[in-house]
Design a protein around this ligand. Sequence first.
Ligand code: DHB
Length: 388
Amino acid sequence: MTTVRTRVAIVGAGPAGLVLSHLLAGAGIDSVILDSRSREEIESTIRAGILEQGTVELLDGVPGSRARTVGSRHDGIELRFSGEGHRIDFAALVGRAVWLYPQHEALRDLIAARLEGGQDIRFGARVHEAVGADSDTPAVVATTADGGELHVEADFVVGADGSHSVVRRAVCGSHGGYFREYPFAWFGILCEAPPSAHELIYSNSPDGFALISQRTPTVQRMYFQCDPEADATAPSDAEIWDTLQRRVPGHALAEGPIFQRDVLRFRSFVASRLTRGRMAIVGDAAHTVPPTGAKGMNLAVADVVLLADALESLLLRGDATGVEGFDVRALTRIWKAQHFSWWMTSMLHVAPDASAFDRLRQLGELESVVGSTAGSTYLAEAYTGWPL
Ligand code: DHB
């Protein structure tokens, strides 16, 4: 058995854990990160691609971040319904933007920068328990890649360990949290084709939702609403293109070979509490949002900006008020983002049991958003992200 001592033990080398270690290091607070996955697995998992302006500004402080150079700035999106597109002009409405930069690329930048800065990251270390939340010496117990037992003793433990969080059990006990399931999922593809549009298209059609996103000049990312039980391997490429074209009426999509397919389940979740004594949970460990609007990674970053500030007060000045107030401050943004993600989802998708009334009301809602500066401004403000 090996014992390591650090100030903050961070479980999870995703966006939340890596950004937290970066902010703590900036304040002179050392940390150890543990993740059950390998570096290669973390860097190759395909996730969403939209970074809020505040997220990009924060990544500007990470040496070597390519968010602004490889990523591309988007000053608006298109909302499409009844066969017509309507641009939501972020620049004109709120003077802010988002960046299209895939999450795994941001993770590659973060891991490289943290390792370069001397960060201790234990890949392949599976944490099975977080203990001592109510003491001054919380710890995590893990099994390392070579089968050894590792204890990390710390002044504070942070669970940034995703939706199957181990640390959440120590923080929330049996209380769990608040859930919502949705009667649909997204069928996602990556294809070799030129972009079908310069900006993202969020399209509502009588057959259901589709999202046209991009990756590079030669690779595109697209999604369409599907049954949660759908088999990603079942449809042919031709069937997928037929579905996508029908879901974006009036806009021809550039087709090409599909080289990756996946089905993304939808869920909303907020944990019953985010802190307990000297432990906290952040990112997907604390909440899950449906993907419409791409809030997941951005919300994780917002959590850790608050937490880093609270930990700096606690660990450098012995002031616990930031940690004590963390739940209320973080949950305010989390529930706003939950609402926005739920709203975008319900406004754009067609529920399997939707009546004619539901469908016509939905079109009335979409008209209210695109036809009103107040309506469009709310969307622009929430999509580009409330200031951190
Ligand atoms: C992407 C994913 C989203 O959930 C979204 O709202 C926008 C873009 C993407 O993967 O490109």
